[in-house]
Design a protein around this ligand. Structure first.
Ligand code: UGA
Length: 454
């Protein structure tokens, strides 16, 4: 295929927007159209307040928006002119019918693919970027390469490995780019075309070509392995709290073994985010579908451990508050599932806050970016919740501070001044191990940290 001239991305969310922005910035001769059916979301991409908060994203978008990067509501004409279509629509966990609560809901993918079949010209390369179950490319091919449309499409799998909060950094310098293709001449040629988009800034040896199924499955397996590391260290944090071991010291000790590595072994209140739980559930479902009960149970345990960790954390808060938080003011610091993002999907904060609300606590929730999403997440049950942009307001007269996201600013607070404002005894429950516990003890706080014996 000659060098593509127009690329359309379906879905202007956390993956589509940043990925296309970085790709466009390195391919100035190609026109990129990031599209969505949601007019409000597209309108937001065309303002100074982008719908996705990512460090560095504003700058990239500002430099090329209107030049070779465009945000548009999807139209048949845009599709008709596309040489390559990236499918970046949502693939949430299915909430109905067969596979409910486990399988990926492919309704948005299917709708997108039907539009492609209808409006795109023959030869357009379809790239699935949204995380999808293994064999989705086959399903896509069945839809687009029908007997009677006289069109032929190549379908590639090109899963995204960026993490939120570091999306631009990850995209600028990826560990690898994975492109899965059909093992045919056409499949290989399509993969080379997409590879060339990446090698505009990524070293060619970092672009891995595999068959489609390996590529699709690698995405789920990568997330399952990462989540498994967090659940493994979190399981050890529970043991540490019963003994005199410190999980921080253990992480450091085991992380120095090059075979284990130091990343992704920080104990926490639990992992969140739109991907880990969804992808593992999906993996579990695929294993069950294939009659592999033991394998399914093995990966399911990663999620069960995460649920246990969140439950344990809340129980600790309640028990330490003399078994009741009813009517007590509690400052929640952080609602996003990790720092440097406004995303709250599957955030442990949702579970923790819901439980504390059930126990009739008066919550004051602070987050530098995620308050709007927090309001949506707790809608209908938040009559005793105050959302505040002021940490002072959150801690004034509070019985306890509960840290749920490791925003940098929370480790740099003036805890002496805060102590003076709180009810005594004053408690800090550090779900992210970011405070200096010894320093806080000295001020007078009772401090509970994950994986440290009280
Ligand atoms: C994850 C993967 O890291 C990306 O590679 C992948 O592309 C992405 O999912 C996806 O499938 O789209 P993300 O969910 O954005 O990225 O965030 P992570 O940095 O992986 O963190 C996930 C959760 O694990 C967070 O709640 C984080 O606080 C928690 N975590 C992470 C820990 O509790 N401890 C750790 O040591 C590391």
């Amino acid at each position: 295929m000659p060098t593509p001239r127009k690329i359309v991305c379906l879905g202007a969310g956390y993956v589509g927007g940043p990925t296309m922005a970085v790709m466009a910035s390195h391919n100035p001769d190609i026109q990129f159209f990031v599209t969505d059916q949601n007019e409000a979301r597209i309108a937001a991409w065309n303002t100074d307040k982008l719908p996705v908060f990512e460090p560095g994203l504003d700058e990239v978008v500002r430099q090329i928006r209107g030049k070779n990067l465009h945000f548009k509501v999807i139209t048949p004409q845009l599709l008709a002119e596309a040489d390559i279509v990236f499918v970046c629509v949502g693939t949430p966990t299915k909430e109905y019918g067969e596979g409910k609560g486990m399988a990926a809901d492919l309704q948005f993918t299917e709708l997108a693919v039907r539009d492609i079949e209808k409006h795109c010209k023959s030869g357009t390369i379809i790239v699935e970027k949204s995380t999808v179950p293994v064999k989705t490319a086959e399903a896509i091919l069945n839809i687009v390469n029908t007997q009677d449309n006289n069109k032929r499409f190549e379908v590639l799998s090109n899963p995204e490995f960026l993490a939120e909060g570091t999306a631009i950094k990850d995209l600028q310098n990826p560990d690898r780019v994975l492109i899965g293709h059909a093992e045919t001449e056409g499949g290989r040629a399509a993969a080379e075309t997409v590879k060339a988009l990446y090698t505009a800034w990524v070293k060619p040896e970092r672009v891995l070509l595999t068959n489609v199924w390996s590529s699709e499955l690698s995405k789920l397996v990568a997330n399952a392995f990462l989540a498994q590391r967090v659940s493994s260290i979190n399981s050890i944090s529970a043991l540490c709290e019963k003994t005199n071991a410190s999980v921080k010291q253990i992480s450091r000790a085991i992380g120095t073994d090059a075979r284990i590595g130091s990343r992704f072994i920080e104990a926490s209140v639990g992992f969140g985010g739109s991907c880990f739980k969804k992808d593992i559930l999906n993996l579990v479902y695929i294993c069950r579908q294939n009659g592999l009960a033991e394998v399914a149970n093995y990966w399911q345990a990663v999620i069960d451990m995460n649920d246990y960790q969140m439950r344990r954390f809340v129980s600790q808060v309640i028990e330490t508050q003399f078994n009741s938080v009813s009517g007590k003011k509690i400052a929640i610091l952080g609602f996003a599932f990790k720092p440097d993002t406004n995303d709250t999907r599957e955030s442990p904060a949702i579970y923790v806050c819901k439980r504390l609300i059930e126990e009739k606590a008066k919550l004051f929730i602070h987050d530098p970016q995620a308050l709007d999403h927090a309001k949506q997440d707790l809608k209908g049950i938040d009559s005793t919740v105050t959302y505040t942009e002021s940490i002072d307001e959150a801690v004034e007269g509070a019985h306890a501070i509960v840290i749920l996201t490791q925003w940098k600013q929370y480790s740099e607070l003036d805890y002496t001044a805060i102590y003076a404002k709180m009810k005594k005894p004053a408690f800090v429950f550090d779900g992210r191990s970011i405070v200096d516990a010894q320093a806080l003890y000295k001020i007078g706080y009772n401090v509970m940290q994950i994986g440290i014996a009280p």
